[in-house]
Design a protein around this ligand. Structure first.
Ligand code: MRU
Length: 346
């Protein structure tokens, strides 16, 4: 399985990232030793996906401490640089969460911060394994299908996490149980995380799939070609509203109409219980050229402008189940109330 992000000690301490901007054409790695390079890697999506961003945040504090040590930063400068990592992208709560999991230990030294950051990395992998088992159980029960046909959006596999994946992890788990039918992977405009990354991972795992244009997804669902939609999450608010890659809500609306489950899968680190509803989520808007160009070639008229939100919010009442390693919650049953206060396995 590919490792998207890890800490390497020798010959010099650094974060090793697989550069997701050049996949699947090339498998290249970045060695990150400065805050500037880490922020650039996060913003260019060389490292991406909410749980991988959590790891980048936690390990990024170690990078800042090492750089600060070499360059003689005072405490204020170190904290400013840690803030730069935390704020590199706004929507996935995991990034700030990862930073906050370790920054309180800065006075205890870089070794202690690295130990805590490594825990963030390891616990994410374990969480993904567990939520994948729970999600597969829930979906097999809910659909009653021998072979479950799935539609998914964006990339939620090992590349987007520290190991195994979330929505992708459930798909992988169904595959290992011999219970997976055809997977429809949305190409995921404008940066093609589905066709570039998810298809690459599915191919490596020997999972039968087709790539479809995002615009095909609702019709695929309404035509009865899939039994469930499974997506990841960048932020899940207290009432279950869920931010994920733009285009996700289209699947949710179609699933409701078709009467099939729409499932959100994420480690509990993606739950932002301090934010009440999806209306309070800061949705990242990215560069216009991502929409106006294809592969660096202008496809839109020279004067055309673009609207490029990177995420959308699916209201909780369109979500059939939210799967974390701590259990499965059914937002519709909570009436929008304190969804995660009383987490129970369904
Ligand atoms: O802009 P990206 O590629 O970071 O967006 C990623 C997604 O929206 C994923 O679905 C989400 O982070 C979950 S990854 C397990």
């Amino acid at each position: 399985m590919v490792v998207a992000i890890e800490w390497v000690r020798n010959p010099r301490p650094h974060i090793r990232l697989i550069d997701q901007t050049v996949l699947p054409g090339a498998v290249q790695y970045l060695e990150i030793t400065t805050v500037t390079d880490l922020v650039a890697a996060i913003q260019s999506l060389a490292v991406r996906g909410a749980p991988a961003l959590g790891a980048a945040g936690a390990l990024g504090v170690v990078v800042a401490m090492n750089q600060g040590e070499q360059e003689g930063w005072d405490e204020a400068e170190l904290q400013r640089n840690v803030d730069l990592v935390r704020d590199a992208r706004p929507t996935a709560v995991n990034l700030a969460w990862g930073v906050n999991e370790v920054r309180h230990a800065i006075p205890e030294g870089a070794d202690r911060v690295l130990e805590l950051a490594q825990r963030v990395v390891d616990e994410d992998g374990a969480a993904n394994r567990e939520l994948s088992r729970l999600g597969a159980d829930w979906i097999l029960d809910a659909t009653g299908r021998e072979q479950v046909r799935v539609v998914t959006h964006c990339n939620t596999g090992a590349l987007a996490t520290t190991a195994w994946g979330t929505a992708y992890g459930i798909i992988h788990e169904l595959h290992e149980r011999g219970r997976l039918g055809l997977v429809y992977a949305d190409e995921t405009r404008p940066l093609l995380q589905g066709s570039r990354l998810t298809s690459w991972e599915l191919t490596q795992d020997g999972i039968d799939h087709v790539i479809q244009a995002d615009g095909a997804a609702a019709s695929t669902i309404l035509r009865g070609l899939v039994d469930v939609a499974i997506i990841g999450a960048d932020r899940i608010t207290a009432n279950g509203d869920t931010a994920n890659k733009v285009g996700s809500v289209t699947l949710a609306l179609a699933c409701e109409r078709a009467g099939i489950p729409f499932v959100v899968a994420a480690p509990y680190s993606t739950v932002d219980a301090g934010t009440a509803t999806g209306e309070d989520i800061h949705i990242e808007e990215r560069a216009a050229l991502e929409v106006l160009e294809l592969g660096g070639v202008r496809t839109a008229p020279a004067t055309a402008r673009a609207f490029n939100p990177a995420f959308d919010v699916t209201p909780h009442d369109l979500i059939s189940a939210i799967v974390t390693e701590q259990g499965v919650v059914v937002p519709a049953r909570s009436g929008g109330g304190a969804l995660f206060a009383d987490l129970v396995n369904q």
